[in-house]
Design a binder for this molecule. Structure first.
Ligand code: TXE
Length: 488
């Protein structure tokens, strides 16, 4: 049995020992075996990360935006050059298919860094005359920002948080999910290789306890968090003790609405993408599929046929596989429990519903693509985020009814509408309480487009011009051009 590799925390441009030797295991979800070990960030590592970040900020924030932009663009080139090797690492950590990781995860991470590197030189203040006097503003960096990532898109999430932070002259201490530590480490190595100064992007490893430390540390100015709603509320509460700014990218239970006049094959493609891509582990998934009455029979027939014939579940590194393993055995059990609840509460199991043991990956954490019909809005599977390949299908009569039902949730991350009637498409989407919306599309999230949730699905945005504002603070400077009047 070959000895397992042990990775360490990445601080000041290198891996450092945690002193205690305490490690945690990282499991390959497609095989159930231990891939490698990672040292937990001890107090010594945490303090080193803070000291390093302060030193990095002193250098990085003094560079011009053009200099920062040039270095970030070198990192973009390295990410794209190493796309396949990085994608393979994401497959081994997440269990998602190579088919996806090789064209989405690194590409969209690099795109975000490229986008904000391009914006960096455009960051400016303004000036206004006030009589003889005038004031001007400066957009200044916040300082040390913390990034806390989820496990479904590890490297992409690290890139999406680092990009605006570093472009604006901040530095970042990033903690990936303990399920998927690899991507953030590779990003840190690539930043160093590109010329990002030591301390500008440090990676600390561990579970929620290390995450909690980031949310309360005095030297950290902002926290950008991606994860479950429940965790997000804890993060925001903890951040309030030192008035940190927060960006929250949380969960959803998003509606996908299919009208009678929609193209049925397009609508079925959307429903399958919105529930089975990345085996359902996508926050913006349209897991409540509302189908208008007349469309329903042909829609459900086509959906069942394509789900039972076009999904290849198996070894995620196999090029044929388009449906991979769930992140862990406990998550697999959680999804199976939701499926049991759905059946108990009276939904009809149209297809799927069980764990799978593909021949080429018999020990992985797989759940079959699952579709429930005859669902009602009060069912648990209609209200709670399952974060697995479980689609709930509902029927509806008219527009006002479906808008009311789609909005009847405390969540508000995403929404999709399929119709050939362009005015209806915009009329409906404008009434849906969601931050990330698609019309006759689903899931595309280019770096130019700001993404984030309404209601309990989050605060703030990632990507898009909008996000720059979250990573600078405005200083106003008033300049007196004449003797100062004073009554004293
Ligand atoms: O989240 P968790 P997971 C959501 C998705 C789902 C969840 C799945 O909808 O709800 O993420 O990711 C750390 N203080 N999104 O299971 O458990 C923990 O170590 C500070 C939405 O990973 O909340 C991990 O690094 N940190 C998103 C991270 O929080 C704490 C897109 C997330 O863990 C902590 C992708 C604490 N008290 C997934 N406890 C979007 N909206 O874009 C745990 N952590």
């Amino acid at each position: 049995m070959s000895a397992l590799v042990t990775y360490q925390n990445y601080v000041h441009g290198q891996y450092i020992s945690n002193g205690s030797g305490e490690t945690f295991e990282v499991i390959n979800p497609a095989t159930g075996s231990v891939s490698y070990l990672v040292e937990v960030a001890t107090d010594a590592v945490k303090q080193a990360a803070i000291d390093s970040a302060k030193a990095g900020f002193a250098v990085w924030s003094k560079m011009t935006p053009m200099e920062r932009s040039r270095i970030l663009l070198k990192a973009v080139a390295l990410l794209r050059e190493h796309n396949d090797e990085l994608a393979a690492g994401e497959v081994l950590d997440t269990g998602k298919p190579w088919q996806e990781a090789s064209v989405v995860d690194i590409v969209t991470g690099a795109d975000s860094i490229e986008f904000f590197a391009g914006l960096a030189p455009s960051i400016e203040g303004n000036q206004q005359p006030v009589g003889e006097d005038f004031y001007y503003t400066r957009r200044e960096p916040l300082g040390i920002c913390a990034g806390i990532g989820a496990w479904n898109y590890p490297l992409q999430i690290a890139c999406w948080k680092a990009a605006p932070a570093l472009a604006c002259g901040n530095v970042m201490i990033f903690k990936p999910s303990e399920e998927t530590p690899r991507g953030a480490m590779r990003l840190a190595e690539i930043f160093t290789q590109a010329g990002v100064p030591d301390g500008v992007f440090n990676v600390v490893q561990g579970d929620g306890r290390v995450g909690a430390w980031l949310t309360t540390n005095d030297d950290i100015a902002k926290v950008s968090f991606t994860g479950e709603v429940g965790t997000g509320t804890k993060v925001m509460a903890a951040a309030s003790s030192t008035l940190k700014e927060v960006t929250m990218e949380l969960g959803g239970k998003s509606p996908l609405i299919i009208f009678n006049d929609a193209d049925v094959d397009n609508a079925v493609s959307a429903a399958m993408l919105a529930n089975f891509y990345t085996q359902g582990e996508v926050c913006t998934n349209g897991t409540r599929v509302f189908v208008q009455k007349d469309m329903y029979p042909q829609f459900i027939e086509r959906l069942k046929q394509r789900t039972e014939n076009n999904i290849v579940c198996g070894d995620p590194m196999d090029a044929e596989t388009n449906f991979g393993a769930l992140i862990s055995r406990s998550h697999q059990q959680k999804v199976l429990e939701y499926i049991a609840i759905g059946q108990k509460e009276g939904a009809t199991l149209l297809t799927g519903g069980t764990a799978l043991q593909p021949e080429n990956a018999p020990h992985g954490f797989f759940v079959a693509p699952t579709i429930f019909t005859d669902c009602t809005d009060d069912m648990t599977i209609a209200k709670e985020e399952i974060f697995g390949p479980v689609m709930s299908v509902f029927t509806f009569e008219d527009e006002q009814e479906v808008i009311q039902r789609a909005n009847n949730t405390h969540l508000g991350l995403a929404a999709g509408v399929f119709t050939q009637d362009i005015t209806r498409a915009h009329r409906v989407i404008h009434q849906l309480e969601a931050g990330i919306c698609w019309i006759n599309a689903y899931g595309a999230s280019p770096a130019e487009m700001p993404v984030g949730g309404y209601k309990m699905s989050g605060i703030g945005r990632e990507n898009g011009n909008e996000t720059l504002k979250a990573y600078t603070q405005i200083k106003a400077v008033y300049v007196g051009m004449q003797p100062l009047e004073s009554p004293f």
